[in-house]
Design a protein around this ligand. Structure first.
Ligand code: FAD
Length: 424
């Protein structure tokens, strides 16, 4: 039987697209190689925009018992510079507060994706096929065919949403772009229990480490007693300095003055596992006849933080809107999706440019370290960073009087002892 719309990949991008299409009255079939619940290597941080995206899709999801019992509220982020100076920044999104939402939460991906999957399975307009690993996509005049290895499973549809995440082979099969090291990054995630001062807390931590050059090591409570430790960094820098991410993660938990205190009684729940992502600094082609790319398959991740769930959901919503029009007119040509490509890059304009402008700091670790070692050693740096954090266009700070008041009010501080560093 021929389907109308086939979505390959049931991560946040694919599931959001299916649910948004259903809300518009449009049926879809979503296929995934995994059987749910399934895990995905991720920092598991949900930023303010992810929470707004889910709220816009269906406010019931955030209120559901399944979501509420799995999420963990996070109120602060503490940043450590390589010289051990630290700043503690509150998560304080005014937009979210206005609509009664938290500013930041963490949740295991196995739980988040499963909550969304359960909503998809319960929706009569969504057909879910698990255990279908798509290996080949064939473009025909009348539609698109997806086949598993040796064509054991096959499906034909009018239109395809490619949502199968980083390094999608269908991007190449569609004749779009190739991977390139300088626009790729990777990360590893491990889980620990019994991490002192973190396990049941509401503060996430980010450590900039000499060993990592330009990457960051994040420590985030994600569930009762469970802590996600992850590292994300550019591939070109990792290769240049021959950095073994798993080794850096495990060694720093034993040797860094703050981390070794935190992890002295920690229990390993899962050893580091790796995954890649594209740095969302390039404008890439994300459409063609009968298909659109959404989520990580489109290569949108925030080049500074590695975050990509919001990008996945925002691109999925734009794709669902574009499909609504295409579906009404039965026009699935490349031309009818140009508005989608434009809207996506308009939505990511600010964040993409922040990524582009920050690249010299990530390629030249000395520059980044000099800047953060200096900035974090000033009292008042926290207020300055807080002000910048929720600005849609950080360069608008240039015209902001508060920015200059805070900048000229910075006061030099002495390096804190490790004890103070952990307790303050
Ligand atoms: C180390 C690390 C840390 C990160 N931390 C964060 C964070 O804290 N916050 C944040 O917002 N983002 C974070 N990200 C990014 C985030 O994980 C991704 O942006 C997000 O998962 C993208 O969602 P997606 O739906 O596009 O792809 P995915 O979540 O990768 O989902 C793709 C789906 O496609 C399926 N699939 C793959 N191939 C096939 C196939 N051939 N056939 C059928 N199905 C297939 C997979 O099983 C999967 O279910 C991090 C990424 C990394 C690597």
């Amino acid at each position: 039987m021929k389907r109308e719309i086939c979505i390959v990949g049931a991560g946040p991008a694919g599931l959001y697209a299916a649910l948004s299409l259903a809300k518009k009255g449009i049926p879809s079939t979503i296929v995934d190689k995994a059987f749910f619940p399934r895990d995905k290597v991720c920092g598991e941080a949900l930023t303010s925009s992810v929470l707004r995206c889910i709220q816009n899709l269906n406010p019931e999801i955030l209120e559901s018992q399944a979501f509420k019992s799995a999420k963990h509220s996070i109120d602060y982020l503490r940043f450590f510079a390589p010289n051990h100076h630290s700043v503690r920044i509150p998560f304080d999104s005014k937009i979210n507060q206005r609509v009664g939402l938290e500013s930041f939460v963490s949740i295991r991906r196995i739980d988040l994706d499963n909550v969304l999957m359960d909503y998809a399975k319960a929706n009569p307009l969504i057909e879910v096929i698990e255990g279908f690993a798509v290996n080949e996509v064939k473009w025909l005049d009348s539609g698109v065919q997806v086949h598993s290895n040796k064509r054991e499973q096959s499906l034909e549809a009018q239109m395809l949403l490619i949502a199968n995440g980083y390094n999608s082979k269908f991007v190449k099969q569609a004749g779009l772009w190739e991977q390139a090291d300088e626009s790729n990054a990777c990360g590893v995630t491990a889980y620990y229990e019994n991490v002192s001062g973190i396990s049941d807390g509401k503060t996430a931590e980010c450590y900039l480490l000499d060993d990592l050059k330009s990457g960051g090591l994040y420590v985030l409570p994600v569930a009762k007693g469970l802590v996600n430790v992850n590292i994300a960094m550019r591939n070109d820098v990792r290769k240049k300095y021959k950095i073994n991410l798993r080794k850096v993660l495990e060694e720093n938990l034993k040797s860094h003055p703050a981390l070794k205190e935190r992890f002295k009684d920690a229990i390993v729940v899962q050893k580091p596992k790796g995954h890649g992502y594209h740095l969302g600094v390039k404008r890439r082609r994300i459409i063609g006849d009968r298909f659109m790319l959404i989520g990580d398959a489109g290569g949108f991740n925030d080049a500074i933080s590695a975050n990509g769930i919001a990008h996945a959901m925002i691109s999925a919503e734009h794709a669902a809107q574009a499909l609504k029009e295409a579906y009404a007119q039965k026009d699935f040509s490349d031309a009818s999706f140009r508005a989608y490509q434009k809207k996506v890059y308009r939505s990511f304009f600010g964040i993409r440019w922040q990524g582009i402008l920050s690249q010299p700091f990530f390629i030249q670790p000395k520059l980044l370290f000099f800047f953060v070692n200096k900035l974090f050693s000033y009292r008042g740096a926290e207020d300055l960073i807080s002000l910048a954090m929720y600005k849609k266009n950080p360069w608008s700070l240039v015209f902001d009087a508060t920015f200059y008041k805070l900048l000229f009010g910075l006061k030099k501080e002495t390096i804190p002892e490790t004890g103070k560093l952990l307790n303050s």
